[in-house]
Design a protein around this ligand. Structure first.
Ligand SMILES: [Zn+2]
Ligand SMILES: [Zn+2]
Length: 340
């Protein structure tokens, strides 16, 4: 079979590899659609040990397809079942799993290998984070479960309530998934970005207002849109020190900031400590998801409350993945489906 293998930053190659045979508890999934992800692009540019572990490694982690073959002991999934594959599963035996913080599991190993003809799904994922999908749901839509699960995790972490004003800093695909998750929660959403097309896409997804570079100081602009106070909950979805700072500055007294965009290792950010203390701000770092968020994301997609429109654009064949990453490494594109 063909598989895209990650050998190191800016070095991914399409290779012929033996088609895996599922062992006990494992299943082999034939790719229906894999989606490109900003994290994959980040990994392509600078490497990513958290995502990929040791190289060479499989690549791609947003996948829906059809069970091709089930290993011994897999009763729940018969060949021919359409599924979406979670990219991690808790071990259920460590300090963090015991406390419901599955995303911090000491044995968390993120699964990659979506950019291939077949993906061998490990037994712990088959047990905890492999989900049948309804016939009415396209593979592309189902594969959005992973990034949408991360967004739901962020929204839940800072407990956004119906009618609250939520601010999303950033207008990329993850930011737009946050908009979709916040709308599903009944929040009023303001999106802060720079250029117009992604902000228009955010409006199309239901954002009430957007703030672009032409609107001057974004902190002032957000306050003007929230009775002068700032957002009840503010989500940073860029992953840069400047935007972490402005996200905290946009958070109202007593509000919550969700620091959702991951910065490079060693990054330090200076924040107004006086405000955080005397104005009772809550700052939450949020990363990844859990099987429960994954299932909730799939349910939202299956219900039609969130659709791939404006999030996934176009399709490429598997053989084009290395070229596509090389040519678009510095761009912030919408997701693309890897189909044929
Ligand atoms: Zn992803
Ligand atoms: Zn664990």
């Amino acid at each position: 079979m063909r598989a895209v293998i990650f050998h190191g930053p800016r070095d991914i190659r399409l290779s012929e590899v033996p088609r895996p045979v599922p062992g006990p508890g494992e299943v082999l999934v034939r790719r229906g659609a894999a989606l490109t992800c900003g994290t994959d692009f980040k990994a392509f540019r600078r490497g990513h040990k958290v995502l990929l572990g040791e190289y060479p490694s499989g690549f791609g982690h947003e996948l829906a397809g059809v069970i091709e073959e089930a290993g011994p002991g897999v009763g729940r999934f018969k060949p021919g079942t359409r599924v979406v594959v979670g990219n991690s599963a808790p071990c259920d035996g460590c300090f963090y799993c015991d406390r419901g913080q599955n995303f911090l599991c000491e044995r968390l190993k993120l699964h990659n290998g979506a950019y291939a003809d077949f993906d061998l799904v490990p037994a712990n994922i088959v047990r905890h984070n492999l989900w049948p999908i309804p016939d009415s749901l396209s593979f592309e839509a189902a594969a959005l479960s992973e990034p949408l699960a991360c967004a739901l995790h962020g929204v839940e972490a800072v407990r956004v309530a119906k009618g609250e004003t939520a601010v999303v800093v950033g207008a990329g695909v993850m930011a737009r998934l946050l908009v979709a998750a916040l709308k599903a929660r009944g929040a009023r959403v303001v999106v802060v970005g720079r250029s117009r097309p992604p902000l228009d896409a955010a409006l199309a997804l239901g954002a009430e207002a957007v703030v672009g570079s032409e609107d001057g100081d974004p902190v002032k602009a957000v306050k003007a849109l929230s009775s002068g106070r700032g957002g009840d909950a503010v989500f940073e979805a860029v992953g840069l020190p400047e935007t972490w700072k402005s996200a905290v500055a946009m958070t109202r007294k007593g509000g919550r900031a969700c620091l959702f965009g991951g910065c490079a290792q060693g990054t330090e950010v200076s924040l107004d400590a006086h405000r955080i203390h005397y104005e009772g701000l809550t700052l939450s770092g949020v990363f990844h998801h859990t099987p429960a968020y994954f299932k909730a994301a799939l349910d939202l997609l299956a219900s039609g409350a969130v659709s791939p429109k404006g999030l996934v654009e176009g399709a490429i064949p598997l053989a084009d993945v290395p070229r596509y990453f090389a040519e678009n490494a510095e761009r912030a594109l919408p997701k693309t489906a890897v189909l044929a």
